[in-house]
Ligand binder design. Structure first.
Ligand SMILES: CN(C)C[C@H]1CC[C@H](N2C(=O)NCc3cnc4ccc(-c5cc(Cl)c(O)c(Cl)c5)cc4c32)CC1
Length: 341
């Protein structure tokens, strides 16, 4: 097995498999130069077949999406047979499992999580991306109980911008908007708003608003837009669900209005901050120092090299050192990154 993973074995110690998506295996790993834990998504190009473009879509999208509630891509390694994506590790697992084990979440815990989801989605929309597969399985919890959005294989960045219509019917049926399953052309951001309505319902109730083993009756329920309203729901949350789960996208709440909706701001007092907390234009001086000293190159050379954002071993070392710094650990490397030119 080791020779298969030799491309990354120089810098990562592979640990156990932590999950597998359709055509990918995800393993926990340790980044040897910093000691940080990462998740490595491993795909076999032959097995991917027609799905290879989805992976390229995901990689390209993740290179442009830098947000504290979006899983960070650190590095991409491609060999003749494999693609490895080195990703931010989330020790808390899937939000889906968290809801199941708690049965359902309280109004305020749902609000805390839902504000983070809206923050990530609003940020994506501001950059012209629609996720198109929003569901609790694609939201992970990190060690600080923060949510991280994953799986950008279906996300779309319509050429003509967010108003451009999309056509491919995709994502998971139970979370899919009526216009999407009706096979009509649709606006990606509007479909994401519907999916967030289904997500909020799942957080507050522990079950889905539209569910049926038979796909035909599931579609009929979604198109009807009718769902149960359990008596434990607060008046405000019922009002918000009504505005999210509007069958006609014309009447659906927009993400801008969502940021300051009264249920969203209750207890918090402030609208959702959707801008990224990550500073992704200025390079961190402490990290440059550590990397340039360690690689025995000038700071200028290091700055120039880092600014190419090649998502190689150097990009990974930069992001992981920065993560160490922001979580108050020493900005130190344990071995040379042998790949520096
Ligand atoms: C859609 N589901 C079924 C697939 C599962 C695959 C395993 C996942 N996982 C765990 O099960 N436990 C721990 C765990 C910890 N850190 C992770 C970090 C990143 C990713 C990740 C990121 C992206 Cl961008 C992506 O595309 C994919 Cl597939 C995975 C998964 C992690 C993870 C959860 C989702």
């Amino acid at each position: 097995v080791v020779e298969e993973y030799s491309a990354i074995a120089s810098h990562y110690r592979l640990k156990e498999t932590i999950g597998s998506g359709g055509f990918a295996k995800v393993k926990r790993a340790v980044h040897l130069p910093t000691g940080e834990t990462v998740a490595i998504k491993i795909m076999d190009k032959v097995a991917l077949g027609a799905d290879l473009p989805r992976v390229k879509t995901e990689i390209q999208a993740m290179k442009n999406l830098h947000h504290h509630h979006i899983c960070r891509l650190y590095q991409v390694v491609e060999t003749s047979r494999k693609i490895f994506m080195v990703l931010e590790y989330c020790s808390g697992g899937e939000l889906f499992d968290y809801i199941v084990q708690k049965d359902r979440l309280s109004d305020s815990e749902s609000r805390t999580f839902f504000r983070q989801i809206v923050s990530a989605v609003c940020y994506m929309h501001s950059l012209g991306y629609a996720h198109r597969d929003l569901k609790p399985e694609n939201l992970l919890i990190d060690e600080d109980q923060n949510l991280k959005l994953i799986d950008f294989g279906l996300c779309a960045k319509p050429r003509g911008g967010m108003e451009d219509h999309l056509y491919t019917c995709c994502g998971s049926p139970a979370y899919a908007a009526p216009e999407l399953i009706a096979g009509k052309s649709y606006i990606g951001s509007e479909a994401d708003i519907w999916s967030m309505g289904v997500l909020l319902y799942a957080l507050l109730n522990g079950f889905l608003p539209f569910d049926d083993d038979n796909i035909g009756s599931l579609y009929r329920k979604i198109k009807s837009g009718k769902y149960d309203v359990p008596d434990w729901l607060s008046k405000e949350s019922v009002a918000l669900l009504k505005q999210l789960l509007q069958v006609d996208p014309k009447y659906r709440i927009t993400v801008e209005k969502l940021l300051s909706h009264s249920w969203m701001t209750a207890e918090m007092g402030v609208p959702v901050e959707w801008q990224s907390k990550y500073q992704n234009t200025v390079l961190d001086e402490d990290v440059i120092t550590e990397l340039s000293v360690h690689q025995k190159v000038s700071r200028e050379t290091m700055r120039t090299e880092l600014s190419k954002w090649k998502y190689d071993f150097l990009t990974a070392a930069y992001f992981l050192l920065l993560k160490k710094k922001t979580s108050g650990r020493a900005v130190r490397l344990q071995m040379t990154l042998s790949t520096m030119p």
